[in-house]
Design a protein around this ligand. Sequence first.
Ligand SMILES: [Fe+2]
Length: 169
Amino acid sequence: MKTPVSYGDKLTCIMLTFGVVPKMPAHFQTDQERMPDLSDWRPEYSVGHLTLDTQHQRLLALCKRVSAYEFRRDKQSLEEFHNILNDLAAYASMHFQTEEAVLKAVDYPALAAQKQEHDAYSESLVEFMFDAIHGEPDKLRLQRYLETWWIDHILVSDMAYKTYLLARS
Ligand SMILES: [Fe+2]
């Protein structure tokens, strides 16, 4: 029988395997030419806050990178795929911190629910990363999860604070 592995244990395992501490991916810093393709962004995704919109655009572009990745069952491919997931986790974490800080500053009443949603997402991503380092990434499931989650996050959860935020900016 398989022993259940906790979220913390999986995170530690990922850190030890790859020797990584989530950090900002280099391609998100300043180089305009290396910016991700934002062609999937639509004006109706805007939450009326420039920084959050920019982060959402980059997150969608990262999801696209995950979807576009041609996975092969070899060690190099596994590492590359894991690095893409790591980029996504790092950027998502930074976005969640920014979003929570913006919402806290305006006393957004549903902040706790937003935070819960963010934590659940981070936990799921760790699950996918854990599967990836064990050579069993379910790319299709991950792809569907990311697309659905981010579209829901932006169009439902985040759209819910748009009016509130705009009224207080
Ligand atoms: Fe967001």
